[in-house]
Each structure stands twice: as C-alpha cells, then as structure tokens.
Write a new protein. Structure first.
Ligand code: ZN
Length: 201
C-alpha cells in the first residue's frame, strides 16, 4: 500500500506557514514504514527539535483505479479516519529553503499515525474533526473548509498514480499545527467518535 498526502488544502493553515494557496493540490508520499496504527506510541526521533502534529482526515481506497473522473471518484473510497501527519518542521524549512524534496521531514518512521476507520458519515454540513493535546483542544476542522474535496483529490492523484485497495490519502491539515513533546498524549475525533490515541515517547 502507499500513503499519499495533500499539502496546503486549508487556506488558514497555508497562511499560518506563510505559504501561497496553490491552484492544484500539493502532493507528497510516505512509505508504508511510516504507518503508526493501533494506538502505538510515537517515538520522538532525535534528528528534529520541532516535530509538529498535523491533524488530517484520511480516506482509504477500496477499489483499484486510474484516471478516475471526478463524478465517479466517490465509488473508490468508503471509509474514513483521522490521522496525524507528523512533520519535522525544522528539517522541512531547511529543505524548502534549498528547494529540496520533503521526504526526510515528512516520510520518516511513524510519521503517518492513523486511527480506526469508520464508514464515511453522511454530513450535510460537512464532517467535523478535532484533536486534543493533553486534554486541550488544539485543532478543529470541517470538510467544508477544504480547498480540494475528496473527489477532487482522488481524481487528481489518479492521473499520476494508480490507486490500489488499501492505499491511504491524507487530505490536509486545518490551522492549529503545533509542536509535540515527549510525554504528550494526542487524541483525535470525527464528530463525537474518538478514533485515535497516541502517546509521544
Ligand atoms: Zn499534512
């Protein structure tokens, strides 16, 4: 399986990092070794002094496809969870300045924390999701704030990558990213349902 991630998909987050809002989605990938599941702890790596949490909705591909038209995109995913796109922000800033790829800052072991999957809720007012750090609310989002919708993203990325059953798409973070420290507890929800628990060690 592969992990595909979308950058700058919420205007308020692009702004907090001083980035422009892109016309087409910003895409990067993580290897399967990045996946952190079943509430496993995240071990803080020693190559960074600024690992940040990015709370994201994650959809799982349920049907193989390529060059998927937007109107059919919804047929290719049916489950959703919350995930944390752990980012070594200090390293990323260094790489960005040099115009280098982001993998060392984004694709390291454990950098794709993932919660329990549920069927995609029907939500006329968008899907709400949230993150608490040590019991304090730090990030909230709603799908209506997304620049590129799930269908846009599935259609766009499938022009470049064949999507396979089990592939995960991290769909971007809303504002409120922040530094994690050893000893922190991160918990994330979709609506009222807690789907993710992660201790930082
Ligand atoms: Zn992200």
């Amino acid at each position: 399986m592969k992990i595909i991630c979308i950058g700058r998909n919420y205007a308020a987050h692009a702004k907090e990092l001083g980035n422009e809002i892109p016309e087409s989605p910003v895409i990067f990938c993580k290897p399967d070794t990045a996946l952190l599941k079943n509430d496993e702890a995240f071990y803080h790596p020693d190559f960074s002094n600024e690992i940040q949490h990015e709370l994201e909705l994650v959809i799982r591909i349920q049907k193989m496809g390529k060059k998927i038209q937007k109107q059919f995109a919804h047929l290719y995913y049916n489950e959703i969870s919350v995930g944390l796109d752990f980012t070594a922000r200090d390293k990323q800033n260094e790489l960005k300045q040099k115009g280098l790829p982001w993998e060392l800052a984004k694709a390291f072991d454990g950098s794709a924390c993932i919660g329990k999957f549920i069927p995609i809720p029907t939500a006329p007012n968008g899907i709400d999701f949230s993150l608490q750090k040590n019991g304090q609310l730090v990030q909230v989002g709603n799908t209506q704030q997304m620049i590129h919708s799930f269908d846009d993203i599935v259609s766009f990325v499938s022009n470049y990558f064949t999507l396979k059953v089990g592939d995960l798409i991290y769909t971007g973070t809303p504002a409120g990213v922040g530094k994690i420290e050893i000893g922190d507890t991160l918990e994330a929800w979709i609506g009222e349902e807690k789907l993710l628990h992660c201790e930082i060690k």
